[in-house]
Design a protein around this ligand. Structure first.
Ligand code: ZN
Ligand code: ZN
Length: 262
């Protein structure tokens, strides 16, 4: 599949570059999606910045490969094979049920948040995984083409329904929350604080008619486990959560030393 980069107008190719899962499809009354970018053109927006964990020491730093300055900030070759991806416009429509306006500051701000969440989802996969997957795809595609058979290797371009069924809005709220002043770090909230948004979402989901009235369950003797739909349990949201935790790290204020009475 070929397209045109929304950033630089160069020709894009799937799955090397980034294509929206809704590419070429009209959803509801909205015009067809043309969201595709050269992988290097899909970048973090300058408009809003979020904290990134730096390799300060060997104690408790989760990411040790920070020599890659593009980490979390730019998409990679083959990313669309490894993560669920809808373009910024598609997510804007999913969340607001309208088209984004180019001249609106609030719309531009929301699009910036969407871009950050999307990049976080892409970076939930290690670069080595993405690279190996891309190479394997090329090999498998070559075999299939040589043998003249059709195989389902383009499943990542498959239209998503309108709306948010994966907790994308919760992810945006968490990012917004992270910009608030925290207790330990003067400039921002910690991961442990913002993750409470997920707990709130879970509580509300369980209180809904859909889940609260659900009688679907697994039973073994006297033990019973109910089945429920929780948006923040989606593969998508858990991928976001993992990256969010690693990116933010945590700042601990050491307790004052206490003397021990012998
Ligand atoms: Zn480009
Ligand atoms: Zn799209």
């Amino acid at each position: 599949m070929r397209g045109t980069c929304r950033e630089c107008s160069q020709i894009t190719r799937a799955p090397r570059d980034i294509f929206c899962a809704n590419y070429g499809v009209s959803r509801g009354s909205f015009r067809s999606c043309q969201g595709s970018w050269c992988y290097r053109c899909y970048k973090a927006p300058a408009k809003i910045k979020f904290h990134r964990q730096l390799p300060e020491n060997d104690h408790g730093t989760l990411w040790n490969k920070m020599e890659d300055k593009s980490r979390f900030l730019i998409a990679r070759r083959g990313d669309m094979l490894c993560s669920p991806f809808q373009c910024d416009r598609s997510w804007f429509i999913n969340l607001t049920n309208r088209e984004p306006r180019d001249q609106s500051a609030s719309d531009l701000s929301l699009r910036a948040y969407i871009r950050w969440v999307n990049l976080d989802i892409l970076w939930s996969r290690e670069s080595s995984t993405v690279e190996k997957t891309m190479n394997l795809y090329n090999k498998a595609r070559e075999f299939a083409n040589t043998m003249g058979i059709r195989i389902n290797l383009d499943s990542t371009i498959y239209t998503w329904p309108l709306g948010d069924g994966v907790g994308f809005s919760e992810a945006i709220v968490m990012l917004r929350y992270s910009l608030e002043k925290g207790n330990n770090a003067k400039s921002r909230c910690q991961y442990d604080t913002i993750r409470k948004v997920r707990a709130l979402s879970t509580k509300m989901n369980e209180s809904s008619a859909k889940n609260g009235a659900s009688a679907m369950s697994f039973r073994s003797g006297s033990h019973c486990v109910n089945l429920a739909t929780r948006l923040t349990d989606s593969i998508f949201f858990r991928a976001f959560l993992k990256v969010c935790q690693h990116q933010m790290g945590s700042i601990t204020v050491q307790d004052t030393a206490l003397s021990i009475q012998m």
